[in-house]
Design a binder for this molecule. Structure first.
Ligand code: FES
Length: 158
């Protein structure tokens, strides 16, 4: 049986008071759930549904619509490369190739040491600054091939 920490529960209670409807606080509660449990599994969806007071089907619909919710476990660093048109024109295919080579994995795979997961996403909302790569909560814009190598190297040495 999964359970939020006391701190996460307090945040959820605050959100429920702040938001006008149960539906409205579902997104932030899912964010908390992802931080707590690492990904949004069917068990987590049921738990969140109970906490927020909506149906598990509603949680499933929301969690599967937005790419920011991971439905499978990811590594310590989730590397997401935008492959939509603006970033594509600015070199995201090359960026993806570099990351495949540096990390030794393909999209939707995690390195054996569970440190990195590589994903592609449709748009990260920074279309004027491509190619854009998101690693956990950090955005890297107009990132170069050498730049991404340095970033990965830096994360490996943490
Ligand atoms: S197209 Fe890459 S951020 Fe929008």
């Amino acid at each position: 049986m999964i359970q939020f920490t006391q701190e996460a529960m307090s945040r959820v209670e605050r959100l429920k008071r702040q938001y006008p409807t149960k539906d409205a606080c579902l997104l932030p509660v899912l964010h908390i759930a992802q931080r707590e449990f690492g990904h949004i599994s069917p068990e987590v969806m049921e738990y969140v549904a109970g906490l927020v007071g909506v149906s598990p089907a509603r949680v499933y619909g929301v969690a599967t619509f937005y790419t920011m919710y991971n439905r499978k476990p990811v590594g310590t660093y989730h590397v997401q490369v935008c492959t939509n048109i603006s970033c594509h024109l600015e070199g995201s295919p090359k960026m993806l190739d570099t990351l495949r080579s540096v990390l030794g994995i393909e999209e939707d795979q995690t390195t054996p040491d569970k440190m990195f997961t590589l994903s592609t996403v449709e748009c990260l909302g920074a279309c004027g600054f491509g190619p854009v790569v998101q690693i956990n909560d950090d955005y890297y814009e107009q990132v170069t091939e050498q730049g991404i190598k340095d970033i990965i190297k830096g994360l490996r040495s943490k």
